[in-house]
Design a protein around this ligand. Sequence first.
Ligand SMILES: NC(=O)c1ccc[n+]([C@@H]2O[C@H](COP(=O)([O-])OP(=O)(O)OC[C@H]3O[C@@H](n4cnc5c(N)ncnc54)[C@H](O)[C@@H]3O)[C@@H](O)[C@H]2O)c1
Ligand SMILES: [Zn+2]
Length: 372
Amino acid sequence: MNKQHTVRVELAGRGYDIQIGAGLLAQAGSLLGSFLSRPRLVIVTDENVARLHLSALASSLRQSGIDSESIVIPAGEQSKSFEHLANLCDRLLAAGVERNDSIAAFGGGVIGDLAGFAAAVLRRGVAFVQLPTTLLAQVDSSVGGKTGINTPLGKNLIGAFHQPVSVLADISLLNTLPEREFRAGYAEVAKYGLLGDSDFFDWLDANLDALMLGDAAARLYAVKTCCEAKARIVAADETERGERALLNLGHTFGHALEAAAGYSSNLLHGEAVAIGMGMAFRFSARLGLCAEAEAARVANHLERAALPASPKRIASKLRGAAGLMKLMRQDKKAQAGRLTFILARSIGGAFIAKDVEEKAVMNFLEQELSSP
Ligand SMILES: NC(=O)c1ccc[n+]([C@@H]2O[C@H](COP(=O)([O-])OP(=O)(O)OC[C@H]3O[C@@H](n4cnc5c(N)ncnc54)[C@H](O)[C@@H]3O)[C@@H](O)[C@H]2O)c1
Ligand SMILES: [Zn+2]
């Protein structure tokens, strides 16, 4: 089996490669050199990644004659704020980043979204490379060019589409990821199977233990398959006018649950997405769109991955069905009292359902929160 894969994101004039492999960080200097206008790179990272992996990255760059400087941000979702963005931009300018320079986002989705957005606005846009270090970032957030920050009114409400010029996903970095973060990222892996690839879902069902236990070949295959799916969807619909919305499977329910839990460590993004995907399939079954057995299979798989599949898990944080409904209306996908959901006819058969009636959603939420 190959130890390394390259997946191409085809975008006219802005296409790029995602390189995936074990131990790629050691080759970062040679893999990134051609993207730099001069042999210098400013790395944006967080405290945890800096402690564990920054020296390896810096020394790989040095071996290829590339000087680096790093800017270390506090770890956690709180860093996706205006305050941290302003501070980061000032530090990038102070580090002498010019219009032709590139910066590197070295971390999970928080660093990718924040540093990517800084790259989008700094000097009206500088190039950036993604070096994702979490499972979530390797299969989802580092690919596709969505960047941004949160405001008190909600997640990702300020942002820009800004594609990276290259993505290097070193799956060995996942070995230091806390198990709970790995499992949360796994929810987004399962999402690709659930939304459009039942064969991949079958493969995940059969290889779940290997993935969780750190089998490198299984992880490589999973990350590659997810990146291929995301690359294909992004190439077809870069700015989410249509098909890209399928990647939001589980996210309308999930974002409301995250908001209800106060965007805290009570409920990680991937955990909220897992519950949301469980709900999306049960809701689809309730509407007669998909078989109950499919919804049960989804819940069973998520539970095997030690992920929650029911909102009752955080019931104490929710203000009932009405409270959840209110939060869902605030989500950016709500329009004129009608909600857009990603529903499914089967595992692998998700579709965009516009105009879902609030009343049907409300009845479903009441049932979800009350059933034993
Ligand atoms: N732009 C997009 O398309 C997109 C898609 C999905 C999610 N997101 C965003 O991604 C964010 C979540 O990303 P995340 O789950 O990667 O969270 P994260 O960036 O907060 O990382 C999770 C934790 O793991 C630590 N960490 C990272 N890499 C590590 C490693 N190799 N070893 C040990 N610890 C490590 C981090 O310091 C952090 O504490 C959210 O803000 C979400 O909105 C963006
Ligand atoms: Zn997500």
